[in-house]
Ligand binder design. Structure first.
Ligand code: FES
Ligand SMILES: [Fe+2]
Length: 394
């Protein structure tokens, strides 16, 4: 590890007044990307997709999550399971496209077949032509590799390392903060899903989402009614960061129609809304009449796919009268979120400026960003320290 990069990390861990941001290498180096992938993305609970991607039993969807081929499956008992998308025979990728498999995950190479619960069901000709059994191939030990998963707010979270606390403990502070929003949410359908393919490190999308400082210049439309001074910071070190507004304005259709509210929300939500990143990679919005989730799928140090997904308090298939408003809302969010793309790509390009020192935070305006940087730096630091201690003991 380059000594300057290691020293840069210790500056991040200072109080914000003295801190610097993460060094450039954390945004451009393949080596550090892989280290962060293991420490931040695989060892915590990261979002990879949606329950509504696989609504029916037998629905499967492959996901490349930070270099790892995964398969989301809706099982016969209605649960979502996640497996490594790799055949136990010769390691072939099992599923290449989202589809319904009617109960059998069949490898396209030699037709070994798995049940939706991951168990190996059939091994044709494995014992020679016409012999589907072989004493040496014990199917009971050849189930698909299961990845620990949990569904929350329709988001499929995975803990690849398998040793994080249970999701409900991991996210307990956010679940508690938004307990009034623990109620059914319905995906708005195809019109409410859109993707961005962005030339930036995934962390820059997080950092930009955490802060409201950029509103007047990057989102002048939004800022015309929800101004900078109407916003407040949200900081939960080690867990999440974001921003809230005290002036949330509901979208209206041509006839003055609005979306119905979520049930039983307190007075705060009449005017308030919150925008929070649950570390590492899920950006969420809680509002009185709809919410959304943005899942960041890292594609290497300098490229990220963002999945943007909007949710409502009602089933859109039962409210055709609100279809036009759902489409309008999607257009509105798409243009606001698109306004952010030039800054996250611009910050990425800026990080090729070799003299950049991580940047100087505004103690007043950049608190949530620093909370995220500190979480990154503390996590990496502790793993490096353990590795160094391990080397010293051996
Ligand atoms: S690699 Fe899958 S059956 Fe051979
Ligand atoms: Fe923004």
């Amino acid at each position: 590890m380059n000594k300057n990069v290691a020293q840069g990390l210790s500056k991040v861990r200072n109080p914000i007044e003295q801190a610097r941001g993460l060094p450039n290498a954390h945004y451009v180096s393949q080596e550090i990307y892989e280290e962060e992938r293991d420490v931040l993305l695989y060892s915590n609970w990261a979002g990879i997709g949606l329950g509504s991607d696989v609504p029916e039993p037998g629905d499967v969807m492959p996901v490349e999550f930070a270099d790892l081929p995964l398969l989301m499956v809706r099982t016969h008992d209605g649960k979502v399971a996640v497996y490594q998308n790799t055949c136990r025979h010769r390691g072939m990728i099992l599923v290449s496209e989202k589809c319904n498999l009617r109960g059998t995950i069949r490898c396209p190479y030699h037709s070994w077949s798995y049940n939706l619960d991951g168990t190996l069901r059939a091994t044709p000709h494995v014992g020679g032509p016409g012999m589907n059994y072989d004493d040496n191939v014990d199917r009971r030990n050849l189930s698909l590799f299961t990845v620990r998963s949990h569904l929350w707010r329709d988001i499929v979270f995975v803990n690849v390392s398998g040793d994080a606390p249970d999701f409900t403990d991991y996210a307990s502070k956010l679940i508690r903060r938004w307990h009034e929003h623990e109620q059914p949410m319905y995906h708005g359908g195809p019109v409410s899903a859109f993707k961005f393919d962005v030339d930036c490190n995934w962390k820059l999308a997080v950092e930009n989402y955490c802060e409201s400082y950029h509103l007047p210049w990057v989102h002048p439309g939004l800022n015309s009614y929800s101004r900078l001074e109407d916003h407040y910071h949200i900081e939960e070190p080690g867990h999440f960061a974001g921003q809230g507004t005290k002036v949330y304005r509901q979208i209206e259709g041509g006839g003055g129609e609005r979306f119905p509210d979520f049930d039983g929300l307190g007075r705060f939500w009449d005017q308030g809304a919150e925008y929070i990143v649950l570390f590492p990679n899920v950006m969420l919005a809680a509002q009185r009449d709809h919410g959304y989730a943005i899942i960041l799928l890292p594609q290497g140090p300098e490229r990220t796919i963002e999945r943007n997904e909007i949710y409502y308090s009602f089933d859109p298939t039962e409210r055709s009268d609100l279809a036009a408003l759902i489409a309008k809302n999607s257009d509105q969010w798409r243009s606001v979120l698109e306004e952010d793309l030039f800054v996250i790509e611009g910050m990425q390009r800026g990080r090729h400026g070799v003299k950049f020192d991580g940047g100087k935070f505004s103690p007043r305006m950049d608190g949530p960003t620093h909370v995220f940087h500190r979480w990154v730096a503390d996590s990496i630091h502790s793993v490096r320290k353990q590795a160094a201690n391990g080397r010293a003991c051996s």
